[in-house]
Design a protein around this ligand. Sequence first.
Ligand code: PLP
Length: 457
Amino acid sequence: MDAVRMHAPSPEQAAIVDAVLDYSRRRMLATDVPLDKPQSEAELNRLVGRTITDAGLGAQRALSVFEHILAPACLTTSHPLYLSFIPTAPTTAAIAFDLVVSASGLYGGSWLEGAGAVHAENEVLSFLAKEFGLPEGAGGVFVQGGTIGNLSALVAAREAAKAKLIAAGAELPQRWKIVCSIEAHSSNKSAAKVMDADVVLVPAGEDGVLRADAVRDALIEHGDAVCAVVATGGSTNFGIVDDISGIAALKDEFDFWLHIDGAYGLTAMLAPEARHIFAGVERADSVIVDPHKWLFAPFDCCALLYREPDAGRRAHTQHAEYLDTLTDTDEFSPSDYSIQLTRRPRGLPMWFSLATYGVDAYRDAIGATLSLTQQIAAEIAARPELKLVRDPQLSVVVFEREGWERAHYDRWSAALLDSQRAFVVPSSHKGRPNTRFAILNPLTTFDDLVGILDTMK
Ligand SMILES: *Cc1c(COP(=O)(O)O)cnc(C)c1O
Protein backbone atom coordinates (compact mmCIF):
# COMPACT_ATOMS: atom_id res chain seq x y z
CA MET A 1 0.00 0.00 0.00
CA ASP A 2 1.33 3.39 -0.92
CA ALA A 3 -0.84 5.99 0.78
CA VAL A 4 1.17 8.94 -0.48
CA ARG A 5 1.31 7.98 -4.16
CA MET A 6 -1.39 10.48 -5.15
CA HIS A 7 0.13 13.43 -3.28
CA ALA A 8 3.90 13.18 -3.04
CA PRO A 9 6.00 14.55 -5.92
CA SER A 10 7.37 11.76 -8.14
CA PRO A 11 8.13 11.07 -11.79
CA GLU A 12 4.59 9.72 -12.19
CA GLN A 13 3.17 12.99 -10.83
CA ALA A 14 5.41 15.05 -13.11
CA ALA A 15 4.16 13.13 -16.12
CA ILE A 16 0.53 13.73 -15.08
CA VAL A 17 1.12 17.46 -14.65
CA ASP A 18 2.93 17.69 -17.98
CA ALA A 19 0.16 15.87 -19.83
CA VAL A 20 -2.56 18.06 -18.35
CA LEU A 21 -0.64 21.29 -18.93
CA ASP A 22 0.19 20.25 -22.46
CA TYR A 23 -3.50 19.57 -23.22
CA SER A 24 -4.51 22.88 -21.61
CA ARG A 25 -1.85 24.78 -23.53
CA ARG A 26 -2.93 23.31 -26.86
CA ARG A 27 -6.55 24.08 -26.15
CA MET A 28 -5.95 27.62 -24.91
CA LEU A 29 -3.87 28.58 -27.94
CA ALA A 30 -5.78 26.70 -30.66
CA THR A 31 -7.04 28.83 -33.53
CA ASP A 32 -9.61 26.28 -34.68
CA VAL A 33 -11.37 25.13 -31.51
CA PRO A 34 -14.34 23.03 -32.60
CA LEU A 35 -17.90 23.86 -31.59
CA ASP A 36 -18.60 20.17 -30.80
CA LYS A 37 -21.99 18.79 -29.83
CA PRO A 38 -23.73 16.56 -27.29
CA GLN A 39 -24.05 12.78 -27.61
CA SER A 40 -26.72 10.49 -26.22
CA GLU A 41 -26.08 8.74 -22.95
CA ALA A 42 -26.21 5.37 -24.71
CA GLU A 43 -23.60 6.47 -27.21
CA LEU A 44 -21.33 7.80 -24.47
CA ASN A 45 -21.75 4.58 -22.52
CA ARG A 46 -20.69 2.65 -25.58
CA LEU A 47 -17.72 4.88 -26.42
CA VAL A 48 -16.37 5.53 -22.95
CA GLY A 49 -16.91 2.20 -21.23
CA ARG A 50 -15.87 1.91 -17.62
CA THR A 51 -13.29 4.43 -16.43
CA ILE A 52 -13.54 4.00 -12.66
CA THR A 53 -11.62 0.89 -11.76
CA ASP A 54 -9.83 -0.42 -8.67
CA ALA A 55 -6.38 -0.05 -10.16
CA GLY A 56 -6.92 3.16 -12.14
CA LEU A 57 -6.45 3.74 -15.87
CA GLY A 58 -3.41 5.97 -15.57
CA ALA A 59 -3.36 9.62 -16.62
CA GLN A 60 -2.60 8.96 -20.23
CA ARG A 61 -5.65 6.80 -20.84
CA ALA A 62 -7.97 8.90 -18.70
CA LEU A 63 -6.88 12.09 -20.46
CA SER A 64 -7.25 10.42 -23.82
CA VAL A 65 -10.86 9.42 -23.01
CA PHE A 66 -11.50 13.03 -22.08
CA GLU A 67 -9.80 14.55 -25.10
CA HIS A 68 -11.22 12.23 -27.72
CA ILE A 69 -14.66 11.30 -26.38
CA LEU A 70 -15.89 13.42 -23.48
CA ALA A 71 -14.66 16.87 -24.53
CA PRO A 72 -16.05 16.57 -28.08
CA ALA A 73 -19.41 15.76 -26.49
CA CYS A 74 -19.44 19.19 -24.81
CA LEU A 75 -20.36 22.38 -26.61
CA THR A 76 -17.59 24.97 -26.62
CA THR A 77 -19.55 27.82 -25.07
CA SER A 78 -16.66 30.19 -25.80
CA HIS A 79 -16.77 29.45 -29.55
CA PRO A 80 -17.28 32.68 -31.54
CA LEU A 81 -20.36 31.17 -33.16
CA TYR A 82 -21.94 29.84 -30.00
CA LEU A 83 -24.69 32.48 -30.03
CA SER A 84 -27.39 30.93 -27.81
CA PHE A 85 -28.53 31.54 -24.24
CA ILE A 86 -25.69 33.73 -22.93
CA PRO A 87 -22.29 32.55 -24.18
CA THR A 88 -18.96 32.90 -22.40
CA ALA A 89 -15.75 34.36 -23.78
CA PRO A 90 -12.94 34.28 -21.23
CA THR A 91 -9.71 36.05 -22.11
CA THR A 92 -6.61 33.94 -22.54
CA ALA A 93 -5.04 35.47 -19.42
CA ALA A 94 -8.15 34.68 -17.38
CA ILE A 95 -8.29 31.06 -18.54
CA ALA A 96 -4.61 30.52 -17.96
CA PHE A 97 -4.78 32.01 -14.50
CA ASP A 98 -7.68 29.75 -13.59
CA LEU A 99 -5.10 26.96 -13.58
CA VAL A 100 -3.05 28.93 -11.07
CA VAL A 101 -6.03 29.35 -8.76
CA SER A 102 -6.36 25.57 -8.62
CA ALA A 103 -2.63 24.93 -8.39
CA SER A 104 -2.20 26.76 -5.09
CA GLY A 105 -4.23 25.79 -2.02
CA LEU A 106 -6.00 29.13 -2.09
CA TYR A 107 -9.00 29.63 0.16
CA GLY A 108 -11.03 32.73 -0.53
CA GLY A 109 -13.51 32.68 2.35
CA SER A 110 -11.63 34.63 4.97
CA TRP A 111 -9.00 37.31 5.28
CA LEU A 112 -7.03 35.16 7.72
CA GLU A 113 -6.60 32.39 5.17
CA GLY A 114 -6.59 34.26 1.87
CA ALA A 115 -5.61 37.89 2.50
CA GLY A 116 -3.64 38.31 -0.73
CA ALA A 117 -6.28 36.72 -2.92
CA VAL A 118 -9.10 38.60 -1.18
CA HIS A 119 -7.20 41.86 -1.56
CA ALA A 120 -6.91 41.35 -5.33
CA GLU A 121 -10.57 40.32 -5.66
CA ASN A 122 -11.59 43.38 -3.67
CA GLU A 123 -9.65 45.64 -6.00
CA VAL A 124 -11.74 44.26 -8.87
CA LEU A 125 -14.96 44.68 -6.88
CA SER A 126 -14.06 48.29 -6.03
CA PHE A 127 -13.25 48.95 -9.66
CA LEU A 128 -16.67 47.60 -10.72
CA ALA A 129 -18.46 49.52 -7.96
CA LYS A 130 -16.86 52.72 -9.21
CA GLU A 131 -17.83 51.96 -12.81
CA PHE A 132 -21.41 51.47 -11.66
CA GLY A 133 -21.35 54.80 -9.81
CA LEU A 134 -21.67 53.26 -6.34
CA PRO A 135 -20.15 55.25 -3.47
CA GLU A 136 -16.74 54.65 -1.92
CA GLY A 137 -17.01 51.76 0.53
CA ALA A 138 -19.31 49.68 -1.66
CA GLY A 139 -18.17 46.09 -1.81
CA GLY A 140 -19.13 42.47 -1.68
CA VAL A 141 -18.00 39.11 -2.93
CA PHE A 142 -17.62 36.96 -6.02
CA VAL A 143 -20.15 34.15 -5.88
CA GLN A 144 -20.90 31.20 -8.14
CA GLY A 145 -23.38 32.87 -10.47
CA GLY A 146 -26.21 35.33 -10.86
CA THR A 147 -28.71 33.00 -9.23
CA ILE A 148 -26.73 32.89 -5.97
CA GLY A 149 -25.94 36.60 -6.33
CA ASN A 150 -29.60 37.56 -6.65
CA LEU A 151 -30.60 35.28 -3.79
CA SER A 152 -27.88 36.63 -1.48
CA ALA A 153 -28.79 40.24 -2.29
CA LEU A 154 -32.50 39.63 -1.81
CA VAL A 155 -31.95 37.89 1.53
CA ALA A 156 -29.90 40.91 2.65
CA ALA A 157 -32.75 43.15 1.48
CA ARG A 158 -35.30 41.13 3.44
CA GLU A 159 -33.14 41.20 6.59
CA ALA A 160 -32.74 44.97 6.26
CA ALA A 161 -36.50 45.45 5.79
CA LYS A 162 -37.18 43.26 8.80
CA ALA A 163 -34.72 45.16 11.00
CA LYS A 164 -36.26 48.45 9.91
CA LEU A 165 -39.79 47.39 10.85
CA ILE A 166 -38.67 45.89 14.16
CA ALA A 167 -36.79 49.10 15.05
CA ALA A 168 -39.93 51.09 14.27
CA GLY A 169 -42.01 48.79 16.45
CA ALA A 170 -44.12 47.94 13.41
CA GLU A 171 -45.69 44.59 12.69
CA LEU A 172 -43.91 42.26 10.29
CA PRO A 173 -45.80 41.33 7.13
CA GLN A 174 -47.35 37.88 6.77
CA ARG A 175 -45.48 37.40 3.49
CA TRP A 176 -42.59 39.41 2.10
CA LYS A 177 -42.94 40.68 -1.48
CA ILE A 178 -40.29 41.09 -4.13
CA VAL A 179 -41.30 43.44 -6.93
CA CYS A 180 -39.88 42.73 -10.38
CA SER A 181 -40.75 42.86 -14.04
CA ILE A 182 -42.63 40.13 -15.78
CA GLU A 183 -39.53 39.94 -17.99
CA ALA A 184 -37.10 39.57 -15.06
CA HIS A 185 -34.82 36.53 -14.99
CA SER A 186 -36.25 33.30 -13.58
CA SER A 187 -33.61 33.28 -10.83
CA ASN A 188 -35.43 36.12 -9.07
CA LYS A 189 -38.53 33.99 -8.88
CA SER A 190 -36.50 31.06 -7.69
CA ALA A 191 -34.91 33.28 -5.00
CA ALA A 192 -38.38 34.25 -3.81
CA LYS A 193 -39.34 30.59 -3.64
CA VAL A 194 -36.28 29.74 -1.53
CA MET A 195 -37.06 32.72 0.72
CA ASP A 196 -40.72 31.72 0.93
CA ALA A 197 -41.57 35.21 -0.29
CA ASP A 198 -44.00 36.26 -3.00
CA VAL A 199 -43.02 37.77 -6.32
CA VAL A 200 -45.08 40.72 -7.49
CA LEU A 201 -44.79 40.53 -11.25
CA VAL A 202 -45.18 44.01 -12.70
CA PRO A 203 -46.00 44.40 -16.39
CA ALA A 204 -43.30 45.83 -18.63
CA GLY A 205 -44.02 48.05 -21.61
CA GLU A 206 -44.51 46.70 -25.13
CA ASP A 207 -40.78 47.35 -25.56
CA GLY A 208 -39.91 45.12 -22.58
CA VAL A 209 -38.91 48.01 -20.32
CA LEU A 210 -40.13 48.09 -16.70
CA ARG A 211 -41.08 51.66 -15.83
CA ALA A 212 -41.46 53.66 -12.64
CA ASP A 213 -45.25 54.08 -12.80
CA ALA A 214 -45.85 50.35 -12.73
CA VAL A 215 -43.40 49.97 -9.84
CA ARG A 216 -45.07 52.84 -7.97
CA ASP A 217 -48.43 51.07 -8.21
CA ALA A 218 -46.90 47.93 -6.70
CA LEU A 219 -45.21 49.91 -3.91
CA ILE A 220 -48.50 51.58 -3.03
CA GLU A 221 -50.45 48.33 -3.15
CA HIS A 222 -48.02 46.25 -1.07
CA GLY A 223 -46.49 48.90 1.23
CA ASP A 224 -44.17 47.63 3.97
CA ALA A 225 -44.42 44.05 2.74
CA VAL A 226 -42.11 44.94 -0.16
CA CYS A 227 -38.56 44.00 0.83
CA ALA A 228 -36.97 44.69 -2.56
CA VAL A 229 -37.56 46.04 -6.03
CA VAL A 230 -35.53 44.32 -8.75
CA ALA A 231 -34.69 46.22 -11.92
CA THR A 232 -32.98 44.39 -14.75
CA GLY A 233 -29.90 45.85 -16.38
CA GLY A 234 -30.10 43.88 -19.59
CA SER A 235 -32.76 41.15 -19.79
CA THR A 236 -31.46 37.74 -20.77
CA ASN A 237 -33.92 37.21 -23.61
CA PHE A 238 -33.67 40.60 -25.27
CA GLY A 239 -30.89 42.55 -23.60
CA ILE A 240 -33.41 45.24 -22.69
CA VAL A 241 -32.62 47.59 -19.79
CA ASP A 242 -35.39 48.70 -17.43
CA ASP A 243 -35.96 52.39 -16.73
CA ILE A 244 -33.51 52.25 -13.85
CA SER A 245 -33.29 56.00 -13.42
CA GLY A 246 -37.08 56.35 -13.14
CA ILE A 247 -37.33 53.42 -10.75
CA ALA A 248 -34.40 54.70 -8.65
CA ALA A 249 -36.07 58.12 -8.42
CA LEU A 250 -38.97 56.44 -6.58
CA LYS A 251 -36.60 56.31 -3.63
CA ASP A 252 -37.48 59.99 -3.12
CA GLU A 253 -41.07 58.90 -2.41
CA PHE A 254 -40.69 55.43 -0.91
CA ASP A 255 -38.15 53.70 1.29
CA PHE A 256 -37.21 50.47 -0.49
CA TRP A 257 -34.18 48.33 -1.32
CA LEU A 258 -33.28 48.59 -5.00
CA HIS A 259 -31.50 45.58 -6.46
CA ILE A 260 -30.12 45.68 -9.99
CA ASP A 261 -29.93 42.31 -11.74
CA GLY A 262 -27.21 43.10 -14.26
CA ALA A 263 -25.90 39.55 -14.61
CA TYR A 264 -25.64 39.78 -18.37
CA GLY A 265 -25.90 43.44 -19.26
CA LEU A 266 -24.40 45.67 -16.60
CA THR A 267 -21.05 45.07 -18.25
CA ALA A 268 -22.08 47.53 -20.95
CA MET A 269 -21.59 50.35 -18.41
CA LEU A 270 -17.87 49.99 -19.12
CA ALA A 271 -18.46 51.23 -22.66
CA PRO A 272 -18.73 55.04 -22.63
CA GLU A 273 -21.33 54.98 -25.43
CA ALA A 274 -23.72 52.76 -23.40
CA ARG A 275 -23.24 54.20 -19.93
CA HIS A 276 -26.19 56.57 -20.14
CA ILE A 277 -28.63 53.66 -20.53
CA PHE A 278 -27.89 52.71 -16.94
CA ALA A 279 -28.42 56.05 -15.23
CA GLY A 280 -29.79 55.41 -11.75
CA VAL A 281 -27.64 52.36 -10.97
CA GLU A 282 -25.68 54.65 -8.65
CA ARG A 283 -28.67 54.64 -6.29
CA ALA A 284 -28.88 50.85 -6.03
CA ASP A 285 -28.56 49.09 -2.69
CA SER A 286 -27.15 45.98 -4.38
CA VAL A 287 -26.15 44.97 -7.88
CA ILE A 288 -24.86 41.86 -9.57
CA VAL A 289 -22.94 41.28 -12.78
CA ASP A 290 -21.65 37.93 -14.06
CA PRO A 291 -18.04 38.17 -15.24
CA HIS A 292 -18.55 34.70 -16.75
CA LYS A 293 -20.89 36.32 -19.26
CA TRP A 294 -19.69 39.53 -20.88
CA LEU A 295 -16.75 40.38 -18.63
CA PHE A 296 -14.59 37.67 -20.13
CA ALA A 297 -13.94 35.49 -17.08
CA PRO A 298 -14.27 31.69 -17.06
CA PHE A 299 -17.19 29.91 -15.37
CA ASP A 300 -18.38 30.39 -12.77
CA CYS A 301 -18.29 33.91 -11.47
CA CYS A 302 -20.76 36.58 -10.33
CA ALA A 303 -19.77 39.86 -8.70
CA LEU A 304 -22.23 40.76 -5.93
CA LEU A 305 -21.92 44.33 -4.67
CA TYR A 306 -23.65 46.05 -1.78
CA ARG A 307 -23.88 49.80 -1.43
CA GLU A 308 -23.30 49.21 2.28
CA PRO A 309 -21.53 45.89 2.71
CA ASP A 310 -22.55 45.74 6.38
CA ALA A 311 -26.09 44.98 5.26
CA GLY A 312 -24.75 41.88 3.53
CA ARG A 313 -22.66 40.92 6.53
CA ARG A 314 -25.57 41.22 8.96
CA ALA A 315 -27.60 38.90 6.77
CA HIS A 316 -24.99 36.29 5.97
CA THR A 317 -22.27 35.84 8.59
CA GLN A 318 -22.33 32.27 9.83
CA HIS A 319 -21.71 31.75 13.53
CA ALA A 320 -20.19 28.56 14.87
CA GLU A 321 -17.66 27.79 17.55
CA TYR A 322 -15.09 26.58 15.09
CA LEU A 323 -15.43 29.84 13.14
CA ASP A 324 -15.06 32.18 16.13
CA THR A 325 -11.51 33.25 15.24
CA LEU A 326 -12.81 34.37 11.86
CA THR A 327 -15.99 36.13 12.93
CA ASP A 328 -14.58 37.85 16.03
CA THR A 329 -12.35 40.17 13.99
CA ASP A 330 -12.88 43.29 11.93
CA GLU A 331 -11.08 41.81 8.95
CA PHE A 332 -12.98 41.54 5.69
CA SER A 333 -14.05 37.97 5.06
CA PRO A 334 -15.83 37.35 1.74
CA SER A 335 -17.90 34.47 3.14
CA ASP A 336 -19.77 36.96 5.33
CA TYR A 337 -21.48 38.50 2.31
CA SER A 338 -23.34 35.64 0.64
CA ILE A 339 -24.96 32.33 1.35
CA GLN A 340 -21.83 30.24 1.03
CA LEU A 341 -18.92 29.55 3.31
CA THR A 342 -16.11 27.69 1.55
CA ARG A 343 -15.17 29.47 -1.63
CA ARG A 344 -12.44 29.42 -4.18
CA PRO A 345 -11.22 32.96 -4.96
CA ARG A 346 -13.12 32.84 -8.23
CA GLY A 347 -12.53 36.53 -8.90
CA LEU A 348 -8.80 36.00 -9.39
CA PRO A 349 -8.86 35.01 -13.08
CA MET A 350 -10.61 38.29 -13.83
CA TRP A 351 -8.20 40.19 -11.60
CA PHE A 352 -5.21 38.75 -13.47
CA SER A 353 -6.76 39.52 -16.83
CA LEU A 354 -7.67 43.11 -15.88
CA ALA A 355 -4.23 43.65 -14.39
CA THR A 356 -2.59 42.18 -17.49
CA TYR A 357 -4.44 43.89 -20.32
CA GLY A 358 -5.77 47.00 -18.57
CA VAL A 359 -9.25 48.48 -18.47
CA ASP A 360 -9.06 50.09 -21.91
CA ALA A 361 -8.82 46.68 -23.55
CA TYR A 362 -12.11 45.74 -21.86
CA ARG A 363 -13.82 48.94 -22.94
CA ASP A 364 -12.68 48.36 -26.53
CA ALA A 365 -13.89 44.75 -26.61
CA ILE A 366 -17.29 45.61 -25.13
CA GLY A 367 -17.72 48.59 -27.44
CA ALA A 368 -16.89 46.44 -30.47
CA THR A 369 -19.63 43.98 -29.50
CA LEU A 370 -22.15 46.79 -29.15
CA SER A 371 -21.38 48.08 -32.64
CA LEU A 372 -21.37 44.61 -34.20
CA THR A 373 -24.84 44.09 -32.74
CA GLN A 374 -26.15 47.30 -34.32
CA GLN A 375 -24.53 46.35 -37.62
CA ILE A 376 -26.10 42.89 -37.77
CA ALA A 377 -29.47 44.28 -36.62
CA ALA A 378 -29.41 46.70 -39.55
CA GLU A 379 -28.61 43.80 -41.88
CA ILE A 380 -31.54 41.78 -40.49
CA ALA A 381 -33.89 44.74 -40.85
CA ALA A 382 -32.80 45.17 -44.46
CA ARG A 383 -33.58 41.57 -45.45
CA PRO A 384 -37.14 41.11 -46.69
CA GLU A 385 -37.55 37.60 -45.25
CA LEU A 386 -36.36 38.61 -41.76
CA LYS A 387 -37.84 40.83 -39.09
CA LEU A 388 -36.44 42.18 -35.81
CA VAL A 389 -38.75 41.36 -32.92
CA ARG A 390 -37.35 44.35 -31.00
CA ASP A 391 -34.55 46.80 -31.67
CA PRO A 392 -31.49 45.61 -29.76
CA GLN A 393 -30.26 47.80 -26.94
CA LEU A 394 -27.14 45.86 -25.89
CA SER A 395 -25.88 42.73 -27.64
CA VAL A 396 -28.86 40.41 -28.07
CA VAL A 397 -30.71 40.41 -31.40
CA VAL A 398 -34.06 38.60 -31.60
CA PHE A 399 -35.57 38.08 -35.03
CA GLU A 400 -38.09 36.06 -37.01
CA ARG A 401 -37.97 34.39 -40.40
CA GLU A 402 -41.18 35.15 -42.22
CA GLY A 403 -43.39 32.09 -42.63
CA TRP A 404 -41.36 29.81 -40.39
CA GLU A 405 -43.05 27.64 -37.78
CA ARG A 406 -41.22 26.20 -34.80
CA ALA A 407 -40.39 23.05 -36.77
CA HIS A 408 -38.54 25.10 -39.41
CA TYR A 409 -36.38 26.75 -36.75
CA ASP A 410 -35.73 23.37 -35.12
CA ARG A 411 -34.54 21.80 -38.40
CA TRP A 412 -32.47 24.83 -39.33
CA SER A 413 -30.84 25.03 -35.88
CA ALA A 414 -30.01 21.30 -35.86
CA ALA A 415 -28.44 21.59 -39.32
CA LEU A 416 -26.27 24.52 -38.20
CA LEU A 417 -24.94 22.47 -35.31
CA ASP A 418 -24.58 19.26 -37.32
CA SER A 419 -22.43 21.07 -39.84
CA GLN A 420 -20.51 22.61 -36.90
CA ARG A 421 -21.14 26.05 -38.30
CA ALA A 422 -22.91 27.67 -35.36
CA PHE A 423 -25.00 27.09 -32.26
CA VAL A 424 -28.18 29.15 -32.58
CA VAL A 425 -31.30 27.74 -30.94
CA PRO A 426 -34.96 28.64 -31.49
CA SER A 427 -36.64 30.90 -28.99
CA SER A 428 -40.10 32.48 -28.81
CA HIS A 429 -41.90 35.62 -27.80
CA LYS A 430 -45.59 35.80 -26.96
CA GLY A 431 -46.10 32.37 -28.44
CA ARG A 432 -44.40 33.18 -31.77
CA PRO A 433 -41.26 31.26 -32.62
CA ASN A 434 -38.08 33.22 -33.36
CA THR A 435 -34.37 32.93 -32.93
CA ARG A 436 -31.71 35.10 -31.35
CA PHE A 437 -28.05 35.96 -31.51
CA ALA A 438 -26.49 36.62 -28.10
CA ILE A 439 -23.20 38.20 -29.07
CA LEU A 440 -20.33 38.84 -26.69
CA ASN A 441 -17.26 37.16 -28.11
CA PRO A 442 -14.83 39.66 -29.63
CA LEU A 443 -13.86 36.98 -32.18
CA THR A 444 -17.36 36.88 -33.67
CA THR A 445 -17.35 38.69 -37.02
CA PHE A 446 -20.01 40.40 -39.12
CA ASP A 447 -19.27 38.02 -41.99
CA ASP A 448 -19.81 35.00 -39.73
CA LEU A 449 -23.22 36.31 -38.75
CA VAL A 450 -24.19 37.22 -42.31
CA GLY A 451 -23.24 33.68 -43.29
CA ILE A 452 -25.80 32.37 -40.79
CA LEU A 453 -28.50 34.72 -42.08
CA ASP A 454 -27.81 33.43 -45.59
CA THR A 455 -28.84 29.95 -44.43
CA MET A 456 -32.34 31.31 -43.71
CA LYS A 457 -33.14 32.45 -47.23
C1 PLP B 1 -27.75 34.73 -16.49
C2 PLP B 1 -28.64 35.59 -15.68
C3 PLP B 1 -28.95 35.26 -14.35
C4 PLP B 1 -28.52 33.98 -13.72
O1 PLP B 1 -27.15 33.91 -13.59
P1 PLP B 1 -26.40 32.50 -13.44
O2 PLP B 1 -24.98 32.91 -13.42
O3 PLP B 1 -26.79 31.68 -14.64
O4 PLP B 1 -26.86 31.88 -12.17
C5 PLP B 1 -29.73 36.16 -13.64
N1 PLP B 1 -30.17 37.29 -14.20
C6 PLP B 1 -29.90 37.63 -15.46
C7 PLP B 1 -30.42 38.92 -16.01
C8 PLP B 1 -29.13 36.78 -16.26
O5 PLP B 1 -28.85 37.12 -17.53
